[in-house]
Design a protein. Structure first.
Length: 165
């Protein structure tokens, strides 16, 4: 069965829900929508039965955290983004074909790394997959996980990221 997962950007950019069945999102998406028209799209899709809200299990959220850390995407993903990816992984593990509708490049990058298809609504999408290195431009220390404040623990410089070669 083909499962379509919808990110916040799809609501904002006017994705047409009524062309597909088995469309899912996570409840946190609604909290990220501030545009009134996008909110109306969301509510109508849920009320009409075209959109199903579902949360991923803790097991898949934990797996996503590990994948995000390896890819170096920790600083750019919201909790909602992580939930979308975890839900995609959950559906995929049950032998479903999964596609994420998003214009978020970090989500697209991670979906590709996970072997999950994506479609954009208004952008071209990513051209290639990137893995990132988090580093200190001052002392050159690299980090697997970014500290909460984003500051190097050795020299106090603001951390940056760059694509891994």
């Amino acid at each position: 069965m083909k499962i379509i997962l919808i990110d916040t950007s799809a609501f904002i950019n006017g994705y047409n829900f009524y062309q597909n069945k088995s469309i899912y999102t996570v409840p946190n998406v609604k909290k990220e929508i501030f545009n009134e028209l996008a909110k109306l799209r969301y509510e109508n899709a849920v009320l009409s039965g075209y959109l199903i809200e579902k949360n991923p299990t803790r097991e898949y959220l934990d797996q996503i955290e590990k994948i995000i850390e390896v890819a170096g995407e920790t600083e750019l993903l919201s909790n909602t983004d992580k939930q979308i990816l975890a839900l995609a992984l959950m559906f995929k593990s049950n032998e479903n074909e999964v596609e994420i509708i998003t214009d978020d490049y970090s989500l697209q990058n991670l979906a590709t790394l996970m072997g999950i298809d994506f479609k954009s609504t208004i952008t071209k999408g990513i051209k290639k997959v990137l893995k990132w290195i988090i580093y200190c431009p001052g002392c050159k220390k690299t980090y697997n996980k970014i500290p909460i404040d984003g500051i190097c623990v050795i020299c106090g410089t603001q951390l940056k990221r760059k694509p891994k070669k």
